[in-house]
Each structure stands twice: as C-alpha cells, then as structure tokens.
Design a protein around this ligand. Structure first.
Ligand code: UDP
Ligand code: MG
Length: 136
C-alpha cells in the first residue's frame, strides 16, 4: 500500500558553513525524495529553543539551541513513500562515529553536536516541525 509522507529536514550550520547544501540536497534527490519547499534562514536562539523543546530537560539543550541558531540553516520539506523512516536511514545515527557507511552523518558529520542534518522522527513530529517552519 502506498504511504506518501512528508518530513522536515534541516541542513545544520556546520554543513551550510562548509557549502554542503547542494551536495546534501543531491543525496536526497538521488534517493528519490522530492524537495517540496526549501529556504535558507538564520533562526534566533528563542526559536531554536521552541523547535527543540522536546529536549529541554537534556544536559545538551542549551548548547544545542545556541548551535542551531549560530548560523544559517536550510530547512526543507521532503516527500517520498515512507519519507520519515527513509530520511532517518540516509541521515545515519546521531553520533557520526556510530553512523553507517554511506550515510550523510558518516560522510559529513563532525561530532555528535555538529552532525550536519536533522530529520523528523515520527509522523506527529514531522507535522509539528513542518508547521513550525512553513506555516502557510
Ligand atoms: N545532541 C547533542 N548531544 C547528545 C545528543 C544529541 O548535542 O548527546 C544533539 C545532536 O545535534 C542531535 C540533537 O541534539 O542531532 C537532537 O538529539 P536527538 O537525540 O533527537 O538526535 P537526532 O534525532 O538528531 O538523531
Ligand atoms: Mg531527534
């Protein structure tokens, strides 16, 4: 049965800074994702805190929010069959050292915090995150 989904992807500051935007977008396109919408933005720390509020009790929360607001990011709506899980697979594990060969984080990630990309982890969060960046 067909299960067309949309997910939110972010190219994080470490990757934008290294001019990896097109290379990462090409990986999505090669993997048959459609980039429905995309924009390059620079969010405030308050916006990052809202976006990552599920992590507000974690010890890395403050650094994470400072980092995501430290420079330009590219936010995208990706669409494909089973896009949410499919994106998580090609992103690789949170810690680039533990990510599988061929994944975006293995290829480009610098460290567990500077891991180049974000991807929604569930249908519910994908809706919330898409709405957060693309309200209309
Ligand atoms: N993060 C971090 N230290 C950690 C765990 C996570 O800096 O010990 C950062 C990392 O940038 C990660 C983000 O917090 O991408 C969100 O964490 P999550 O567990 O949701 O990982 P993800 O879904 O991004 O793989
Ligand atoms: Mg997550």
């Amino acid at each position: 049965m067909s299960n067309l989904e949309q997910t939110l992807s972010i190219i994080k500051p470490d990757a934008v800074e290294r001019n990896l935007e097109n290379e990462i977008k090409n990986i999505f396109l090669e993997n048959k994702f459609k980039i429905i919408k995309d924009k390059k933005i620079h969010i405030t720390k308050a916006e990052a805190e809202e976006f990552y509020k599920v992590h507000q009790t974690k010890p890395f929360y403050n650094d994470l929010c400072s980092y995501l607001s430290s420079g330009p990011i590219v936010v995208m709506i990706l669409e494909k069959e089973d896009a949410i899980l499919g994106n998580r697979k090609i992103m690789g594990a949170t810690d680039p050292k533990k990510a599988d060969e061929g994944t975006i984080r293995k290829k480009f990630g610098i460290s567990i915090d500077k891991n180049s990309v974000h991807g929604s982890d569930s249908i519910e969060n994908a809706k919330i995150e898409i709405n957060f960046f693309f309200k209309d």
